[in-house]
Design a protein around this ligand. Structure first.
Ligand SMILES: [Ca+2]
Ligand SMILES: [Ca+2]
Length: 409
């Protein structure tokens, strides 16, 4: 070996990324090196999440990893940024629907939603994606509040607008594994109603009653879901023009794909509102994903009670959970043209999504970071009520509107 070639080889070892070409093994990760304590979720051996160099995600199938590397990754190596196995999510969702007494709309009153309506802010012009379980778009309080994809002709079996999804007139489902039950989960419809239910058509008071919901389902009726399906639903929501994405779920494995997907949303200026989780634990110390991602476009939400304390079961964190919002005995829409009470940070997150929609309709030029700052800087902090969250408080829409008008003159 001549000296020059030898030196060149050494330089390549030292600055590996600068002079090496990508290899199949450098883009493909089987997640085997991650911390097994926090990386829950069984790997799906024949499904692969592909992030392309242009930022897009697809989910592909192959017989096994070796076949996928040889037949898919290798021929397209230059266009592929990262590949990981898909995984089952250990989703936390509130499935119990209990009938409580007369707690109707206590949360909407406590956060002072009326102050926005007095200023003409109803969430108009703001699309909020519910990346969740099934959303009942026929519910009388939701049917007029669903964002319509006018490029699509419904129910003709054709992808008219060529966005890759057949008949996504209202929304789309990315559930690839249908699960064991056909009865719709109430979860997605309940979340959607908290954000935007039409109060003129029933007893539920949606926070932002003129916002539009984009249903993007990835959670099956039995509560199952996969990481790849979640990422495709997030990507779809962004492509449909969502300003806000509500993620009332957790239990995702700490793989790079989901973080990269959330970072794409950050790059696109989309606000992401995430439930902190219902395990009564500190997610600063024991991370929960996506709640613990800590991105600039992310608000992670704890649940508060009617007496304005943290619920006993809400996850917390002085760094990674930002605010509290009503999350106990929350009335909202569920399938079957009816209503129900549910508990959970899953209910608290859409209070913040609805709040963000109100703020954005008041100041359409605000950035996701300004909306987040207005919500964080306006919480009610009550002496003796210890909210174990970054801001120490519970959201207040009236004050948030005032703060936003200072941030965005
Ligand atoms: Ca379509
Ligand atoms: Ca169609």
């Amino acid at each position: 070996m001549d000296v020059r070639r030898y030196l060149s080889a050494v330089a390549c070892v030292l600055v590996f990324t600068a002079c090496s070409k990508k290899s199949v093994d450098s883009v493909y990760s089987d997640n085997s090196t991650l911390d097994s304590a926090t990386c829950v979720g069984q790997s799906i051996q024949n499904k692969f999440i592909v992030q392309w160099e242009d930022g897009k995600f697809t989910v592909e199938s192959a017989e096994n990893a070796e076949a996928f590397k040889k037949n898919f990754i290798e021929p397209q190596l230059e266009s592929i940024r990262k590949v990981e196995n898909d995984r089952q999510l250990q989703l936390e969702s509130t499935s119990a629907v209990e009938a409580y007494g007369t707690y109707d709309s206590w949360g909407q009153t406590m956060v002072k939603a009326d102050s926005a309506y007095a200023q003409g802010a109803y969430g108009q012009g703001v699309k909020v994606a519910v990346v969740d379980a099934f959303v009942d778009t026929t519910h009388p309080q939701l049917s007029g509040r669903v964002a319509i994809n006018y490029g699509e002709i419904p129910n003709n079996g054709i992808d008219d607008d060529k966005n890759g999804i057949v008949d996504d007139y209202y929304g789309a489902s990315f559930v690839s594994s249908p699960g064991s039950t056909s009865t719709p989960s109430p979860h997605g419809s309940h979340v959607a109603g908290i954000i935007a239910a039409d109060p003129s058509k029933g007893s539920v008071r949606g926070l932002a009653p003129q916002a539009q919901i984009i249903p993007a389902q990835f959670i099956a009726n039995d509560g199952g879901g996969s990481l790849g399906d979640a990422i495709l639903a997030l990507q779809y929501a962004a492509n449909r023009g969502a300003k806000i994405i509500n993620a009332s779920w957790g239990g995702a494995p700490c793989v790079a794909s989901l973080r990269n997907a959330f970072q794409e949303l950050e790059r696109k200026g989309i606000l992401v509102v995430v439930a902190a989780g219902n395990d009564g634990r500190d997610i600063d110390a024991y991370p929960e994903f996506p709640a613990s991602f800590n991105l600039s476009n992310q608000i992670t939400v704890a649940a508060s009670t009617i007496s304005d304390f943290m619920t006993s079961w809400s996850n917390s964190g002085f760094n990674l959970v930002h605010v509290a919002a009503p999350g106990e005995h929350i009335l909202s829409t569920v399938p079957g043209a009816t209503t129900a009470y549910m508990d959970g940070t899953s209910m608290a997150a859409p209070f913040v999504s609805g709040t963000a929609a109100l703020l954005w309709s008041a100041k359409p030029t605000a950035t996701a970071q300004q909306i987040k700052a207005a919500i964080e800087q306006s919480v009610d902090v009550t002496s003796g009520h210890e909210f174990k969250v970054k801001t120490r408080g519970r959201i207040n829409i009236q004050k948030a509107l005032q703060v936003l008008s200072q941030l965005v003159p």
